[in-house]
Write a new protein. Structure first.
Length: 206
């Protein structure tokens, strides 16, 4: 039996031996692959892409927020100056009767930071109800001298505030600072894009 087995091995054709050699080499080259390593590499690439997208979204949200704040604060400053000017130029005194006050709590809810009062007054034959300026407490039924504008009876001010307040450019400081920050972000993004385009190799001619 051993002689026959050895003779059969020795009589193997060269083609069969070559096929066996290829199969052996292919089997030796197929090293085991750790599935965790492959998944880890793919996960790492996904995190890089998500981080870049998240940064771009965050920058875009910040720029939109800054732009909205600039517009809101600028409009608020313009309106404030316009109200001060209107009270000074067109303000008329009115007698306001206090209707009631509500306490404004602060902190833990046990301390009263001030009061929000409202009252009624008559202007040009019409009765108006509006909030009173300031945070002081006024007893219901008290009579107060206030200043309002006939074209805007919802605008009430104390005589002292109407006499001392002045339209000022200071109301535009905050929106101006925010606008500078917004322009700086836009300039920085433009510079980075220009540098990336300069570092890109020129395309080969067709």
């Amino acid at each position: 039996m051993s002689a026959r087995g050895s003779s059969e091995t020795g009589n193997t054709s060269p083609v069969a031996q070559a096929a066996q050699a290829r199969d052996g080499a292919a089997g030796a080259g197929d090293a085991p692959v750790d599935p965790d390593a492959r998944v880890g590499a793919l996960r790492g690439a996904g995190v890089d892409v998500d981080t870049k997208v998240a940064v771009r979204v965050l920058v875009a949200v910040c720029m939109v927020t800054l732009a909205v704040l600039v517009v809101i604060l600028t409009v608020a400053g313009i309106n404030k100056n316009a109200q001060i000017t209107s009270l000074k130029e067109h303000g008329v005194p009115v007698q306001v009767t206090v209707s009631g006050c509500l306490g404004q709590v602060a902190g833990s809810g046990t301390n009263i930071a001030g009061y929000s009062c409202h009252g009624t007054f008559t202007l040009q034959g019409q009765r108006h109800t509006d909030d009173l300026p300031g945070t002081d407490f006024h007893a219901p039924g008290a009579q107060l001298e206030e200043i309002t504008v006939p074209s805007d009876p919802g605008l009430l001010s104390t005589p002292a505030a109407a006499a001392t307040e002045q339209a000022s450019w200071h109301v535009f400081i905050v929106p101006a600072v925010l606008l500078v920050v917004l322009l700086a972000l836009v300039a920085l993004i433009g510079i980075r894009r220009r540098r990336r385009s300069d570092h890109q190799p020129p395309s080969a001619p067709a």
